[in-house]
Design a protein. Structure first.
Length: 256
């Protein structure tokens, strides 16, 4: 897809109808309880078909279009969650970009969307990457602190990849740490190095009062290993692939 097509598509009035959200369950490993769902944005272009978030999100950031896309994502997620039959305590994890993390209107936007629905602030988990805090560290810390006071939770996504700094755990109010699937998918092969790294991340997270979610769990062997290491929760194809909002209630009803 060329730049002009992307730009025209992202600026079109129909964008809100072409963007959709898929959800992947996050499971408490020892009990099988559903902790929540990660909301994953998808763009189904009428001519180009499914466009990878890695393409259009990067493009949107470069052209300062993330504010509109973030609003669409948040609105769809809050609407979906309010309609589910089991929404009383279910967490929803939302990924936000570095650009959004320094947006002065983020707190106002979240509060306005949640207000008047059955969804509480405590049910919203905001996922940020370690690199997202680098654009404007002081502003990011201030906004995270303000949102935390309002009851919103924060997860540090893809921990251990890219720019990893323990100062983020010290300075930010992080409730959840997500271990990148690149570490998880190798432990089945008895990778000693990956097991040592995962064990270290678990120890650090627990010391800071955070819990850990492992991404990319695909086999029973991986699940057993993570349980033995006292990893709290996880997500991956072993439990469920990302699914549209309309499939959540039926999947939930069949979950053990």
């Amino acid at each position: 897809m060329n730049t002009r097509t992307l730009l025209n598509g992202l600026r079109a009035d129909t964008l809100k109808d072409e963007l959709t959200v898929y959800y992947q369950p996050i499971i408490v490993l020892r009990t099988g309880q559903i902790l929540g769902y990660e909301a994953l944005l998808r763009w189904f272009h009428p001519k180009e078909g499914l466009i990878s978030p890695g393409i259009f999100i990067t493009f949107a950031e470069q052209h300062e279009l993330m504010s509109e896309i973030t609003q669409i994502l948040f609105k769809k997620v809050i609407q979906d969650q309010a309609c589910w039959n089991h929404n009383e305590s279910t967490l929803i994890s939302l990924n936000i970009s570095a650009q959004t993390l320094t947006d002065d209107d983020l707190l106002k936007l979240l509060n306005s969307l949640v207000s008047g629905t059955q969804v509480s602030n405590k049910q919203v988990m905001i996922e940020i990457t370690e690199t997202a805090t680098l654009t404007n560290p002081q502003k990011a810390r201030t906004l995270i602190k303000e949102l935390s006071k309002e009851g919103f939770s924060f997860a540090l996504d893809d921990f251990g990849t890219g720019y990893s700094s323990l100062t983020n755990l010290r300075d930010l109010q992080i409730n959840e740490i997500k271990i990148d699937k690149s570490f998880i998918q190798n432990i089945d092969d008895h990778s000693h190095a990956d097991q040592v790294l995962i064990d270290a991340i678990l120890s650090i997270a627990h010391a800071f009062g955070s819990y850990v979610v492992a991404e990319g769990i695909e086999t029973q062997q991986t699940l057993a290993l993570l349980k033995s290491m006292n990893c709290y929760a996880g997500q991956g194809y072993l439990f469920a692939k990302p699914m549209p909002a309309t499939a959540i209630d039926s999947w939930h009803a069949q979950w053990p």
